[in-house]
Each structure stands twice: as structure tokens, then as C-alpha cells.
Design a protein around this ligand. Sequence first.
Ligand SMILES: Cc1cc2nc3c(=O)[nH]c(=O)nc-3n(C[C@H](O)[C@H](O)[C@H](O)COP(=O)(O)OP(=O)(O)OC[C@H]3O[C@@H](n4cnc5c(N)ncnc54)[C@H](O)[C@@H]3O)c2cc1C
Length: 536
Amino acid sequence: MQSPAEGKKVAVIAGAGPAGLTAALELLRRSDITPIVFENDSQVGGISKTVNHGGNRMDLGGHRFFSKSDWVMRWWQEILPIAAGEIDPQRPVRINYQGKSNELTPSAFAANSSDAVMLVRQRLSRIFYRRRYFDYPLKLNASTLRNMGLVETLRIGLSYGQAQLSHRSPEISLEDFFVNRFGDRLYRTFFKDYTEKVWGVPCQEISAEWGAQRIKGLSVTKAIAHAVASPFRSDADTSQKQTETSLIERFLYPKYGPGQMWEEVARRLTAMGGNLHLCHRVIGLERRGVDITGVVVRDNRSGTARHIPCDHFISTMPVRDLTRMLEPDGAGIIEIAQKLPYRDFMTAGLLLKKMRSENPRSYRSSKNGMPPDNWIYIQEPDVKIGRLQVFNNWSPALVLDPNTIWLGLEYFCREGDELWSMTDGRFIDFAARELEKIGMVDRSDVLDGTVVRVPKAYPAYFGEYREFDKIRAYLDTFTNLYPVGRNGMHRYNNQDHSMLAANCAVDCIMKAGRGKSAIWDINTDEDYHEEVDDVA
Ligand SMILES: Cc1cc2nc3c(=O)[nH]c(=O)nc-3n(C[C@H](O)[C@H](O)[C@H](O)COP(=O)(O)OP(=O)(O)OC[C@H]3O[C@@H](n4cnc5c(N)ncnc54)[C@H](O)[C@@H]3O)c2cc1C
């Protein structure tokens, strides 16, 4: 491990995800503090990494690059410029994401021959329900009526009407929230199973307030509500056109998946003299009163532990781990931190020769049956899969052989539960069987598979989270400690929020620790996040 130059201050950073790497690069760009980044994993990127399985690259989820922040948009493009030919330089395009939009005006384009580029992608995702594809956003058109059946559509409409006439009051649970807005039938058809799959808790046990906060941007909800409510609303035709236009979503995407962005940042960071140590886990903290004086780091390969002194400490590790390492007096803080809720996530990558062709007239599958979607919401109650990614449609460069189909089957689970504990082989077989059960593939067409487990993928906002203010107040007492990022702050962050928090932490370090509350203010008032239907 290289020592920083004599007399130079050191910032130790735990984690080389988007937050940790942004903090490190900004420290190098804007200060003479040396960042030393320790990453537990053998690669950078955190949840936004790309996993390379035999030349086929997997995104854990599907990471759309979009931000309302111009600073973030410029930052990304400075690292990976837009590929020439993706947009017309004379006519900047608006990119839209979950109802928000930003103008894409690249200052430069990358050469055609360069691989270090971002693509501009247009979203297509549909809902798979009753073994059929429904448009997204859902439209009250002939295809929906055909799929749903006239009688069922009428029932949904009636149940919606009923809910408008007799509201559940008081509105206590998420179930009440859904039923009051969409009617019991629509709730049971489209929301109940999916939400419970995602969060692992019955809708009656999640608070209505949580629904109001977290689900106000839910696009399936918006779309279905719009579709259902339109015939009953007098202003339906005036708003229709606008709504459809704004729901067309475009986003940026690195040619080789999200991890490419963070691998390039890591390359620059080391070229500029920063230190990055993979397979190194921060396992302890040393402090004198309210000053962090050093960290204890374990090399995962050799098992040896070492003490590293520091002047500042930026943590992107889970709040639970950070709090335990600080050894607070009294049991209160530790108890809250240990009970903070999370949802975990598993994804199976399946490589296929072909898929069973679908048959809607409006969309064309490829010759090998590959659907045209980036991802498909699986709303079937008889399988556990939540979402299906079609990686070929995110970027063709993610797939080694363009004649094959590279899928990601996403499952929401709990660390240690039945799904999580399956061996990789059993899980791949289980996932393939599920796709066969719903009629999308024949298992004999599966060529290869892999599994990635993502613990603490979703910091959740129920249960002990209500006491989070106490943890924040405790962490704020430390002079040179900066918790940032998704699990670092127990926030439902997208990449851009994690980056903004990291950048803000660098500002505070440069102002001798002043202004920490600005870090906590990021991602509190915005109403766009990964939506429950999108992530989750
Ligand atoms: C399914 C899914 C879909 C998503 N889709 C999008 C999207 O479309 N767009 C978007 O912008 N965002 C999306 N996100 C969110 C995005 O993945 C996160 O916001 C982002 O990765 C958070 O970055 P971070 O650095 O805060 O944390 P992380 O990515 O979690 O990185 C933290 C890092 O710290 C390391 N670490 C933890 N403990 C230690 C320790 N003790 N010592 C050393 N290292 C440690 C971890 O190994 C990890 O690498 C999605 C997330 C999920 C789960």
C-alpha cells in the first residue's frame, strides 16, 4: 500500500460504488487531500457494477442514467461522452425519466471507433399478465380489451366507480391507499401481488403514508389510473396527447453497462494519484472522542488486518455496520441501527438460443423470438420472478453472440430465505422453469446461466426507520465523519443522488466540516426515484 506524500492529509473512503468513487475523484480534482478507497468487492461500481459472465455482461437491475442535476449530467458525459450518431448535434433531445425531463446538449461527441461511450436509449417495457403482454403505459385500446376481456374491463371500471363513491376511511394501510384510488379489482389485479413480491410484506402492513410518499410517481399506477379514469373524466381528451408524449422515456446508457462508467472513473482516479484497494474491507474504526483517527482494514485475500490513519472518513457502507464500528455508549442507537429494514435482490442471467414468439400485432419480436422490450414486468401470481431484463435491448454490446438472447430474471428476497439459500445451479434451474411455466421459453433452449446476489439492495422506509433521526443526530456529532450514498445514508438513492451527496461531503471537508446538513437534504424533496414498479 503506497503511503501518501509527507504532510498530505488523507481521506479514507469505504466503498467504491458511485458515491465513494465520486468523492475520491472530486477530492483529487478540487483539493490536495489524498483519497484512499477500500472496496470489499473484487470490482468497482457497487450495485451499479456490470458483471461479466463469459463475455456476456449483466446489469444488476437496469441502470438508466438520468439526472435532473446538470452537474451530474455533465460529470457523466465528461467521463463517457455520447457516441457520435446517437443524436443530431444541431437538435438537442429532451431525455425523460419518470416524468422528469432534462435537455441533452452534449458539448462533444466520442469518435465512432471509441468504446468508451454512452448511448441514448428509448425505453420500451410492457406488463406480462395472464400470459399476455399489456402495453406500458396501459391504454384502453383494442389490444387491452382483447387481453383483459370486455367483462373483466367492465368489472374493473365498476369497482373503480365504487371506490370513488365509498372511500375507505381512515386510510391506514397501503391497501386502503390503492383501493381508494383504483378500486379493489384493479388493486388485486395489478398492485397487490407485485408490491408484496417487492417488499415481502402484506399491503395491509405497509402504511398508507408510505404509499403516498413513495408511490406517487408510480408509472404503472399513473398509466392504469389514467386509462381507467379517462372514460369517466370530462377533460380526458385534452390531457391525453400530452400525457403520452411525456411518458416516452429516454436515458443514457454506457455501451458496456453501468459498471463501465465506474471502471473508467477508477482508472482516472488511480492515474491522478488516488489509491484504490479492491478486496479490502473496512472492519473497524478508531476514534478519539468525536474524531475518527483511523480505520482497520482487512485484506480479504490474505486475511491480514492493518491500521490506516486518516484525517477524514467517508463511509458508503451500511449504516448498520458504521454504527456498530463506532461503538456508541448505551444500547439505543445500536438497537435502532441493527433493526433498520432492507430488501435484498437476486438476479439470474440466462443465455438462450431462442424464446417462444409472442403474437401481438403491434410489436415485432426478432427472428429468435426476443421481445423488443428493455424489461418486462411479470405480474403473474403463480411465479416469484418480478421483472425480466432483456440485456440485448439495453446495449447490443452487452451480449457476446448477437444471435443469442441474454436475460436477467429478477427476484426480490430476504438474505438467508429460501431463494437466497438455493445453490447457484438450483436457482438457475428454478428461474428457467419459471420462464417456461409462463410460456416464454423452452428450458432446452437455455445455453448458460449465472446468479448474482445483492444484499441490502433496497434500504426500506418502514419499521425501525421511523427512529432514523436519532441515528443521524448521533452520526452528526462526529467532526470528520461523512456518511454518504444509498446504504451509507439508508436512502432510496439513484446513482445521481449518491453522487450529489458525495460531492457535498467534499464541499464540507473543504470547509472544515461545516454544512453537513446539506448532505442529508439531498433526495428528500424530489418526487422521482426508482419507482416501485421500476425497481421493484
Ligand atoms: C434493481 C436496481 C435498479 C436500479 N436502477 C437504477 C437506475 O435505473 N438508475 C440509477 O441511477 N440508479 C439505479 N439504482 C440505484 C443504484 O444502484 C444506486 O443508487 C447506486 O449504486 C448507489 O451507489 P452507492 O455508492 O451509494 O452505493 P453502492 O452501489 O451500494 O456501493 C457501496 C459500496 O461499498 C462497498 N462496501 C460496503 N461495506 C464495505 C466495507 N465495510 N468496506 C469496504 N467496502 C464496503 C460495497 O461493496 C459497495 O461496492 C438501482 C438499484 C437497484 C437495486
